[in-house]
Ligand binder design. Structure first.
Ligand code: KIV
Length: 288
């Protein structure tokens, strides 16, 4: 698919969705044509008005499919390490990897908000390092905002990045980059700790927060307490938004977490199609 084709599809989708139900404050290019993509501010204002879906994407065609489905917030997650790059974890993903995949999603989408993950090692060392990494994701990767893992311990970093004008999404609960240090991927149930973390992330200036595998009741409580949207994954139905990894939604990864819902089995379909092609070649029925 060429860039022109991708933009054509996206423009078509945009026409279909512009007056849709996705946005509490609709995208209004007629009022401000300079704003092409959904802004962090517009996402923040959805709080309490509309429950919105977020999906991950890692390349141009799937970014375009996500946008065409009316999902206008695309997370370029460091889950790219697991589902695309063949690692067992997200830790090896580099900042250059994230920039590369974010660029591809930016090329495949027209108006979606691109939220890019800050990978492990790109923000832990210092505020300056964190800000430099965030700037690269925005300037080179085309990201509209960045996401980083951690609560109170990362509040200073969030403040440093938002202080430079880059919107930040927090991420608490299960934090896969450092899952090996704590209780791994088990549901998080320490109410007071989670609430303190969520409050610290909000106070530091984040415009939204991911709650990953957080006890449902605690997620509901955090959602009520905060004035920024909570984006849940495996954290129950009461969050302001839900996010899933694309490969889980589409059934393109063999093992999905139990909280995920597979809406298709694209992996199986792909294998069947490839088997049919291989058979045709072997039997000389293709080319005809
Ligand atoms: O990397 C990712 O895809 C994520 C989601 C699981 C929230 O961080």
């Amino acid at each position: 698919m060429t860039l022109r084709q991708a933009q054509g599809y996206a423009r078509q989708a945009q026409g279909d969705r512009r007056n849709g139900v996705e946005s509490a404050r609709p995208y209004e290019p007629e009022k401000n044509p300079a704003i092409r993509r959904i802004t962090a501010g517009a996402i923040k204002r959805r709080k309490g008005k509309t429950v919105f879906p977020v999906a991950t994407a890692y390349d141009a065609p799937f970014g375009q499919f996500v946008e065409s489905a009316g999902i206008d917030v695309v997370l370029v997650g460091d889950s790219v390490g697991n589902v695309v790059l063949g690692f067992d974890e997200t830790t090896p993903v580099t900042l250059d990897n994230m920039i590369y995949h974010s660029q591809a999603v930016a090329r495949g989408t027209m108006r979606a908000h691109i939220m890019a993950d800050m990978p492990f090692g790109s923000y832990q060392v210092s505020n300056e390092d964190a800000l430099r990494s965030a700037i690269r994701l925005v300037k080179e990767g085309g990201a509209c905002s960045v996401k980083l893992e951690g609560g109170r311990d990362q509040a200073e970093r969030i403040r440093a990045i938002t202080g430079a004008g880059i919107p930040v999404v927090g991420h608490i609960g299960v934090t896969p980059q450092t899952a090996g240090l704590g209780p791994g991927f088990k549901m998080r149930t320490h109410r007071d700790r989670l609430i303190d973390d969520a409050r610290a992330v909000e106070a530091a200036g984040a415009y939204a927060i991911v709650l990953e595998v957080v006890d449902y009741e605690i997620s509901r409580e955090i959602t009520e307490l905060l004035s920024i949207p909570t984006i849940g994954i495996g954290s129950g139905p009461q969050c302001d938004s839900q996010v899933l990894v694309l490969h889980d939604i589409l059934g393109m990864y063999p093992h999905s977490p139990s909280f995920a819902k597979r809406y298709a089995e694209v992996g199986k379909l792909a294998t069947q199609a490839l088997e049919a092609y291989a058979r045709d070649v072997r039997e000389r029925t293709f080319p005809a």
